[in-house]
Design a protein around this ligand. Structure first.
Ligand code: CTP
Length: 398
């Protein structure tokens, strides 16, 4: 979690979504961030400064003219303390002021003084949000490098339906973390596969494997956080779609083949973390198979090898990363897979290692490269390994 140890200056401005900033404050603290809350006076009409004081463990600074004389100094010290500066919810008014450098209260003077990355989460009535002047102000802020979190669409407090809702806390947290993360994959398209495949025997039963999807989902999440446009082609898993990732659900290896191959050409990196079933029942029975007294023999047919197909049609500049999970001869098997499937990199892990394999939150991997280099990683979280894999792929591009 990038938020641990970071100081978030959270400015709450006056809209009905101000109450949601309380949950954001709480979740940011759970993630290990220090939160300093600033409120406009109108925000205090919607929610009490005391709420934020209790949740953040810090004094809430409110804009009033009867403030103590130290505020000139305070806004500078808060501006400097911020690792990231967040305005959520941001009204049309504060967005307009920010776009034009107006500094007439605590929030806007601190904003003008900060050098930290700024995240703005607009929330307002649809008409106000869609108004060309608000859109133009947001565009001005985008061009200055502000991170704008687009509002969600839905039924608004005023009864209108449309864009303007403050997104849920996880989306806000993702936007804040992203502002703190170097965007070294910006402009790149990354396709990740994850999870198991299921190969139907009949309408009730299937052949599958123990893959949880955690490794692939971690890669997709980190790639999106680092700025890539990520497509996650996923077999059935119990995991939530990572923020900012476009997910395509598939069931069988043949579904995955179609989903991946049809999207492959435009990808800059393809990372095949999925545990694809090599075989499927040759014939899926149309009706439920009834048991008899004898043993049942099922004939299996070979599934297409997606990674090998990708390796054959790889275009110049495209990077292909495969995975190998083995129970014996890890490196020899992995090396032969890397060559056979024309990968640039292969992530090998052994099911025999404690802390690696299906369903765990950690992994132990050896990375093998097409030029013969090998790198053995210590045990680490799947999230940390995801970053290492992405670091190495970026290095291969250069
Ligand atoms: N893979 C794939 N399509 C398949 C099978 C595997 O794309 N039908 C990919 C996996 O996503 C993974 C890599 O190939 O990235 C390794 O899979 P594995 O089944 O271990 O490779 P095989 O060459 O089939 O190896 P084995 O000889 O162990 O069966």
């Amino acid at each position: 979690m990038r938020l641990a140890g970071k100081t978030v200056v959270l400015c709450v401005t006056g809209g009905i979504a101000a109450y949601k900033a309380a949950d954001l404050t709480s979740k940011l603290r759970h993630a290990g961030a220090a939160v300093r809350v600033l409120m406009t006076e109108s925000a205090t009409q919607f929610i009490s400064p005391m709420t934020f004081e209790t949740l953040s463990g810090n004094r809430t600074v409110v804009d009033t003219f009867d403030r103590n004389f130290a505020w000139e100094v305070e806004h500078i010290s808060l501006a400097k303390a911020a690792d990231v500066f967040v305005i959520a919810p941001a009204t049309a008014n504060v967005i307009a002021k920010a776009a034009h450098g107006i500094a007439d209260d605590m929030v806007t003077t601190t904003l003008l003084a900060t050098k930290a990355p700024v995240v703005i989460a607009p929330a307002m009535n649809t008409g106000m949000y869609d108004n060309p002047v608000t859109q133009q102000n947001l565009q001005t802020l985008r061009m200055r490098g502000f991170h704008i979190i687009d509002p969600a669409a839905g039924r608004l407090a005023c009864g209108d339906t449309g864009r303007g809702k403050l997104p849920d806390t996880p989306v806000l947290i993702h936007g804040i973390e992203r502002a703190l993360t170097p965007q070294d994959l910006a402009g790149l398209r990354v396709l990740v596969t994850a999870g198991p495949t299921q190969e139907a025997m009949d309408p009730v039963r299937f052949l599958s494997n123990h893959s949880s999807g955690k490794m692939g989902y971690a890669i997709a999440a980190r790639a999106a956080m680092r700025g890539a446009a990520v497509t996650l082609v996923s077999g059935p898993t119990a995991l939530d779609t990572p923020a900012g990732v476009q997910r395509v659900d598939i069931i069988s290896a043949r579904d995955m083949y179609d989903a991946v191959l049809s999207r492959a050409d435009k990808q800059d990196m393809i990372i095949k973390a999925a545990a694809v079933g090599d075989y499927r029942p040759a014939q899926a029975a149309p009706e439920k198979l009834k048991k008899g007294d004898d043993a049942l023999t099922v004939t299996l047919a070979r599934n297409p090898d997606i990674l090998a197909a990708l390796g054959q049609r790889k275009r110049p500049g495209q990077l292909l990363c495969g995975f190998a999970m083995e129970t014996q001869n890890l490196i020899d098997n992995a090396e032969s897979k890397l060559r056979r499937k024309n990968c640039d990199m292969l992530v090998a892990n052994s099911l025999r290692d404690e802390g690696a394999g299906f369903g765990t939150d950690t992994n132990i991997a050896t990375l093998l490269f097409a030029d013969g280099r090998r790198e053995t990683e210590p045990i680490m979280s799947k999230e940390a390994l995801a970053d290492v894999i992405l670091d190495r792929l970026i290095a291969l591009r250069q």
